[in-house]
Design a protein around this ligand. Structure first.
Ligand SMILES: NC(=O)c1ccc[n+]([C@@H]2O[C@H](COP(=O)([O-])OP(=O)(O)OC[C@H]3O[C@@H](n4cnc5c(N)ncnc54)[C@H](OP(=O)(O)O)[C@@H]3O)[C@@H](O)[C@H]2O)c1
Length: 273
């Protein structure tokens, strides 16, 4: 079992992305006070969760605006990821306008990674590839990738000229949702690109109260969330992007960066879910 890449997950261009990030799907929607959510994001950044994942979709731009406030004055410390909706990705103009909108809301002049949020009705991926490459040439984005692509979608993408410059695929992956291990995860590893695991805590739909997870967490004197995240990152090819609007939860999550699971832990977790 490979050890998790705590110093970062390798990207196809030879750089590294932080192994543990922070999501923002349900932030800036009043689930917690805004000041608490911003404090949670700042806490995460200070503890090494420096990849921030957002999208034009989230709160119709409110999550990007919140992240813009959080990264003001510390843009160089974070690896910023946003996403274009498939409805905007059928034309070059649509992608460009979406990208400029995200940059403006985030208060930055570049994204570290820009993703197609899901494939939707985008049958011609060459428009996406060519426009992402133009944005990269102009310095608006440093890299581009996709989200919710299965192996067939990835093969379509790699058939497009320049499609193999894709830097990451962001998909669902956690202890209760492991289907990518059968095909997509090995495909991505073979082609040298990482998976970004979304909903790594299972959106807390019972995952964190699992008995095997609780047992392993007690053994390491960590929270179940920290163990679930360490499990997600264990191969060194997966970036985990848990979301939290609570500074205390973020501290628990960040502790996954220093947690090494043993083979026994991993086996127990495999049998326990
Ligand atoms: N590309 C896509 O299509 C896609 C789809 C889904 C998600 N995503 C991305 O992935 C991110 C994470 O996924 P997600 O939000 O679906 O699910 P998640 O990260 O698995 O779970 C989020 C939930 O976990 C709770 N939580 C966080 N840390 C905790 C802890 N230590 N103890 C107990 N509860 C904790 C949060 O509540 P508190 O705020 O109270 O901590 C929140 O309710 C999203 O924010 C988004 O950026 C992408």
């Amino acid at each position: 079992m490979a050890q998790p890449a705590m110093s970062g997950v390798p990207l196809p261009d030879g750089s590294k992305a932080p192994a543990l990030g922070q999501g923002s799907w349900h932030l800036a929607l009043g689930r917690h006070p805004a000041a608490e959510e911003e404090a949670a994001l700042r806490t995460g950044i200070s503890l090494g969760m420096t990849l921030l994942d957002t999208a034009e979709l989230y709160g119709e731009g409110r999550a990007e605006r919140m992240i813009g406030r959080v990264i003001a004055g510390q843009r160089d410390k974070v690896f910023l990821v946003s996403k274009v909706l498939p409805y905007h990705a059928t034309t070059a103009d649509g992608i460009r306008q979406a990208c400029m909108g995200s940059l403006s809301r985030l208060g930055t002049h570049y994204l570290d990674l820009y993703l197609l949020h899901w494939r939707g009705d985008v049958s011609d991926l060459s428009v996406v590839v060519n426009t992402f490459e133009s944005l990269r040439g102009e310095g608006r984005i440093r890299r581009w990738g996709v989200s919710n692509f299965d192996v067939a979608d990835m093969e379509d993408l790699f058939r497009v000229p320049g499609g193999n410059a894709c830097a990451a695929n962001q998909v669902l992956y956690n202890l209760t949702q492991r289907s990518i291990e059968a095909d997509l995860l090995p495909w991505c590893i073979q082609h040298g690109l990482p998976i970004m695991a979304y909903s790594p805590l299972g959106m807390t739909g019972g995952l964190l109260s699992n008995a095997a997870l609780t047992r392993v967490a007690q053994r390491h004197q960590r929270s179940p969330a920290a163990v679930a995240l360490a499990w997600t990152m264990r191969s060194g090819h997966v970036i985990a992007i848990p979301e939290s609007g609570s500074p205390d939860h973020v501290k628990e999550n960040a502790s996954a960066l220093s947690l090494r699971l043993t083979e026994q832990d991993v086996n127990e977790l495999s049998h326990g879910f």
